[in-house]
Design a protein around this ligand. Sequence first.
Ligand code: GLA
Length: 391
Amino acid sequence: MEDIKVQMLEEFKKIFGDSDNVRVFFAPGRVNLIGEHTDYNGGHVFPCALTIGTYAAVRRRDDRELNFYSLNFPDKGVVRTSLDDMRPKEDDSWTAYPKGVIWAMQGRGMDIPAGLDMLIYGTIPAGSGLSSSASLEVLTGEVLRSLYGLKDVSNIDLALIGQYSENNYNGMNCGIMDQFASAMGKKDNAIFLDTSTLEYEYAPIALKDACIIVTNSNVKHSLVGSDYNTRRAECEEALSELKKVVDIKSLGDLDEDTFEANKNVITKDNCRARAKHAVYENRRTIKAVEALKKGDVISFGKLMNEAHTSMSVDYAASCPEVDVLVETAWKIDGVIGSRITGGGFGGCSVSIVRNDSVETFKERVAARYKEKTGLTADFYVVSIGDGPREL
Ligand code: GLA
């Protein structure tokens, strides 16, 4: 981290002239272990923050200008705007995320008295489903909180502000999971979050003989304007039909039996299938965390496998490439569980693999993936890190 801080300061100097009074911040990405597409259905999720994420070197200005530069998008150059002109613009590109957060904080009546120069560097592969956008949102919130002394803003507020800006400024109707995981991350722990109440509990991930591996299909998933919003709408349609026969607020209120007994009230096949996933996935997540607490990693892995099938078949939110990654993993000795992670439609799988099988896992998955798709997969052994902070 020290090295990266020095590098960030040097880069800041190159772009903005000098690095006097510049501060450096970080916010993590996340990987979700189980509980997919449950967060906007009032269900449970079980993500953890990563040690990869997004960095900012930032300095408060005396005027109201906002100047953004990303080392990941050098072609865009310095993108300039002002605190007095926060409307979304066509050429905002990546700056729509920090701008959205500033806009959301202003909207909450927070005093942002001066502009800033901000240089960004992200270590999460874009479009991988590891929440590069949420980490940038939480990072911006952390920067503003620190620079402008917004002491009353909690980390949960940072998550809610990030989600609000993503929903209302960026047009992506995401749930709270990604921003919550980034804002509330804790080293070596996953977060068991009830998205209907925001009650949460940390669960230590001590896998003794195994590790968590994220495999990137390198099939980019772009959730803005994608099938994600459609899935959400399908769940809402199913919920409104179910509400006519059962007294529930969200799909997360249903257990499997009550769903089965009432599912025929849902008229469209696709909506029934999406609701089935949401209900069963929420229950699986609760069971998986119970298993993990008892040290039963094998049951946890089985539930991960079931979760993948449900995501792929009932939710239609996988893709052929990630299915190859997961189905290959299932056949390898030493793989305890494997599934697609994140919003889907591309991105990454997450697998629990015994330490003595990691090399075989990488070799076999890489070879099979290349053979079936012509693409190259990337592998990352996950380290679970802390939430946002100043370096
Ligand atoms: C994306 C969204 C999250 C969540 C997941 C699916 O990552 O941002 O809110 O819905 O997809 O679990």
